[in-house]
Design a protein around this ligand. Structure first.
Ligand SMILES: Cc1ncc(COP(=O)(O)O)c(C=O)c1O
Length: 403
């Protein structure tokens, strides 16, 4: 177990952005180093230098498979979660080889899903339907059932957990509906895997994306689970690596790190880490609520939610301004992909959250190194930033977009 506490520089702000990325666990780094030094061989080489990297790659595949209850040969390593989503969506759509195929997804998906869908429409003439979500950001099975009755689909793609709000989707029900209508089901579990139990058989998914850097492995490694019998068009053409679906000499060091990270995540799940994080997260929420009475609004579901994620808006504040006034913490105003732009998050917009509230949103996400002291620091920093200089809670006014 690594020391809890600040993952970055000792004098850095408290890290509350684990949904953006996680620090590399020291045990993950240790597992990677041999493949960046003496065990440098190409896993495809027939000589002695290839043997150790080859077996490390297969060991890592088994470790990632175990986290989601898959079989090792059903795991394809990719260079990122975005690439795994591309392999799933483009791969399934093109392999179906039906002109005008139809993909059904929903509006709060990660841009790597939504933009891939757009590209498939632009380049291959595919039809895409993005279904609406409810006020908690969840897709109702009845909405999917109606869409499937209206128009048959090749593939349905719905994420397990939203990166901004932590909202959990009813994947099992949605996947069963897709199958009833003859469609494959892909689930982007980039945020869910390692934070909550994910079992591909219980969920009944055909394709599932997992990502290294959301679970204490480096950025630049992901994987797609692909149920036996599913046929995909490759994402990278060339040598026969990764069952011919993703050519390129394998990144053995990163795969080895990802494998260990998956095992550590499974250990965390088995030893109560989700409950520890949920307690810290709820304490943060309750203390903010108590200090700023009536001003703190939860964005996303109270219960069907990742245990580490708190997305709130504080009345009378703007997300980027409050974070600017709270240098002791590092958090996000939305998904990291949108930071720097101060338009309302499309995820919150899709949940019909009013622009004034959406612009106030803060995403506070906790992780393995989070401590009760971090919560204390965050409460002090945010309450101070939300209060005016008389010490009373500030109620500033600012123009609504379009006003
Ligand atoms: C839900 C979700 N899907 C996909 C991704 C993309 O992963 P990567 O950064 O490895 O491309 C992310 C990362 O932010 C994510 O949160």
């Amino acid at each position: 177990m690594p020391a809890r506490g600040r993952p970055g520089p000792a004098d850095g702000p408290v890290y509350l952005d684990y949904n953006a990325t996680t620090p590399i666990d020291p045990r993950v780094l240790a597992a990677m180093l041999p493949y960046l030094t003496e065990s440098f061989g190409n896993p495809s080489s027939g000589h002695a230098y290839g043997a150790e990297p080859r077996s490390a790659l297969e060991h890592a595949r088994a470790q990632v498979a175990a986290l989601v209850e898959a079989r090792p040969h059903e795991i394809v390593f990719t260079a990122s979660g975005s690439e795994a989503n591309l392999l799933a969506l483009r791969g399934a759509a093109l392999a179906a080889a039906r002109p005008g195929s139809h993909i059904i997804t929903q509006t709060t998906e990660h841009p790597s899903v939504l933009q891939t869908c757009r590209a498939l429409t632009r380049l291959h003439g595919l039809r895409v339907t993005a279904l609406p979500v409810d006020a908690d950001g969840r897709l109702s099975p009845a909405t999917l059932a109606a869409a499937l009755r209206e128009d048959e689909a090749t593939l349905v793609s719905v994420m397990a957990a939203n990166n901004e709000t932590g909202a959990l989707q009813p994947i099992r029900e949605l996947a069963a509906l897709a199958h009833r209508h003859g469609a494959l089901f892909h689930c982007d579990a980039a945020q869910a895997a390692g934070k909550i139990p994910v079992d591909v058989d219980t969920l009944g998914v055909d394709l599932l994306t997992v990502v290294g850097h959301k679970m204490y492995a480096p950025k630049g490694i992901g994987a797609l689970y692909m149920r036996d019998g599913v046929n995909l068009e490759p994402v990278v053409y060339g040598g026969g690596q990764e069952r011919g679906l993703r050519a390129g000499t394998e990144n053995v060091a990163f795969a080895a790190g990802f494998g260990v990270a998956a095992t550590l995540a499974a250990d965390d799940l088995a030893t109560g880490e989700p409950a520890r994080l949920a307690r810290l997260r709820d304490e943060l929420h309750q203390r903010l609520d108590a200090a700023l009475p009536g001003r703190v609004h939860l964005n996303g579901p109270a219960h069907q939610r990742l245990p580490n994620t708190l997305n709130i808006s504080i009345d009378g504040t703007l997300g980027h301004e409050i974070l600017g006034a709270a240098p002791d913490i590092a958090a996000s105003t939305g998904s990291a992909c949108h930071s720097g732009t101060h338009t309302a998050s499309p995820v919150l917009e899709a949940m019909s959250i009013a622009p004034v509230r959406a612009l106030g949103a803060l995403r506070l996400s906790l992780g393995r190194m989070s401590t009760p002291e971090d919560i204390q620091t965050a409460v002090t920093a945010l309450v101070t930033a939300a209060a005016d200089d008389t010490g009373a809670p500030a109620r500033r006014s600012f123009p609504l977009p379009g006003e």
